[in-house]
Design a protein around this ligand. Structure first.
Ligand code: HEM
Length: 447
């Protein structure tokens, strides 16, 4: 029955495309190919992971989706004075001339580069870039490393946070941009067979759970907060598959294999047991195909919403601001929707009730239903406090946040109960890319 439903869905979606693109549909030459692809898909698990969206594969167009790493986009490693930080996507864009090579760019340059290189939708790129410029940059732009109020390397607990996938926790290592050996191999070894390896959302959510508990067990100042925790930290995991996966006709959602993961994560070598990391040397692999323009990863992602979907017809593909991937992670790792921190020693993690933090505006149940609402409303209240900037200067960012949550009818948070956060010693440790290494921190080697 399930198979039949999936077939019917795929056919319905194709049928809808036939109406939308009659010229394409009339091309009898493509029909055998499509039938072949359909058969392949019906027998294979969804590349993005069981239960993850999209239900219907996006289109694939090699001309629109190819990302060049040749000619003016050839790889040039960073030189002295070039900023490279904890974000592998931005580092790769700077190494291939999609961003200025020195790693410092304007809001518009970030929006254009993330869309050109990865298919990040302009609403998401715009939000991330504006947030960087106002909260952790110099208002018109920012550095992909830098320091406090210059770039995201110095944005600890505003933007960059703990329990990242491969990069070090700031106060565990005294640095937030190192690639930790055990973290890398924990992810890498989850797909032992290079021929079938695919680091999809299903793989990543298991890895996410491990990293959360690892930070509790090893970082005395681990702190997991509404914006840098619930929202940004999850994105750091979902971006790995959603952006780094290589799209193709066979798997338009993308496959993220070992070589592609290594290229984007600046990991080099053929000796599988002794791979090594070259800091800042992230690269676009050959023959890389990004997301299709009609399937960009946006704030309103995803194809077929709301989540879980109630209406499976193609007509239900109406973008709404949902947090599909965060909720997908929370299905098996509900911890990612909680808040809390260690109290200056490992394994002293206490949760913080969102109702207390938001002065009654959000219960834990409401956060579980709409984590994006909670995180964004929290950020709105916090921005003037953490930046100390005037209303006029923060207005563009607040307006972007309003766009983000506008159609979700989010309950607003009148004020944040700051005393709930003072219970977290790590929360006030703003800064980076280097910082205090906490007493009692447990560290592992760097790759
Ligand atoms: C303007 C756009 C972007 C901004 C402001 C941004 C910012 C950040 C920040 C602050 C972090 C640290 C998160 C943490 O502490 O866990 C991060 C990590 C990350 N970003 Fe980006 N990013 C952007 C675009 C991208 C793109 C296009 C990709 C595509 C691959 C990407 C992939 C990642 C990944 C995979 C990580 C996790 C790194 C790790 O710990 O292993 N980002 N980014």
């Amino acid at each position: 029955m399930k198979t039949f439903t999936a077939n019917a869905l795929t056919l319905a979606a194709l049928a809808s495309r036939v109406t939308a693109f009659p010229a394409m549909a009339m091309d009898a030459l493509t029909e055998p190919l499509q039938a072949d692809l359909l058969t392949k898909r019906q027998t294979a698990a969804a590349p993005q992971g069981v239960g993850a969206l999209p239900l219907v594969p996006p289109p694939f167009d090699p001309e629109l989706q190819y990302v060049s790493n040749k000619g003016k986009y050839k790889f040039v490693p960073p030189g002295p004075g070039d900023a490279r930080g904890e974000c592998p996507g931005l580092n790769a864009l700077a190494n291939h001339n999609y961003l200025p090579h020195n790693g410092r760019a304007t809001i518009q340059q970030f929006i254009t580069a993330t869309e050109t290189g990865f298919g990040m939708a302009q609403d998401l790129g715009g939000f991330l870039a504006i947030y960087g410029a106002i909260v952790d940059g110099y208002l018109t732009g920012w550095s992909i490393n830098g320091g406090p109020h210059i770039g995201i390397g110095g944005s600890h607990n505003n933007y960059e946070g703990d329990s990242s996938p491969l990069k070090s926790d700031l106060n565990q290592y005294g640095n937030n941009g190192l690639l930790v050996r055990d973290q890398f191999y924990s992810l890498y070894n989850r797909q032992p067979d290079a021929a079938t390896a695919n680091y999809n959302l299903e793989v990543l959510r298991d890895f996410r759970k491990e990293r959360y508990y690892e930070s509790i067990a090893k970082n005395p100042y681990f702190s997991y907060t509404p914006f840098s925790g619930i929202e940004v930290s999850q994105a750091a995991f979902t971006f790995i598959y959603r952006f780094m996966a290589n799209k193709s006709a066979e798997a338009p959602e993308g496959i993220l294999n070992k070589d592609t993961l290594k290229a984007f994560m600046a990991v080099y070598g053929d000796d599988e047991e002794n791979l090594h990391w070259k800091r800042g040397w992230e690269r676009f692999p050959d023959n890389f195909y990004k997301r299709h323009p009609t399937d960009e990863y946006s704030i309103v992602y995803c194809r077929f919403t709301p989540y879980p979907p109630t209406d499976y017809s193609p007509q239900a593909n109406i973008p709404r601001p949902v947090q599909t991937d965060i909720l997908y992670f929370a299905e098996t790792v509900p911890e990612v929707l909680g808040l809390g921190c260690n109290h200056g020693a490992v394994n002293t993690f206490n949760t913080i009730d969102p109702e207390t933090l938001s002065n009654g505006a959000y219960t834990a149940q409401q956060v579980a239903e709409s984590p994006l609402c909670f995180a964004s409303e929290f950020a709105k209240v916090e921005i003037p406090l953490i930046t100390g900037l005037s209303d006029i200067l923060v207005a563009p960012l607040l307006s972007k946040l309003a766009d983000l949550t506008g159609s979700m009818n989010c309950a607003s948070i009148g004020s944040v109960n700051q005393s709930a956060l003072t219970a977290c010693p790590g929360f006030s440790l703003y800064g980076g890319p280097t910082g205090t290494k906490a007493k009692g921190a447990i560290t592992n080697g760097i790759l």
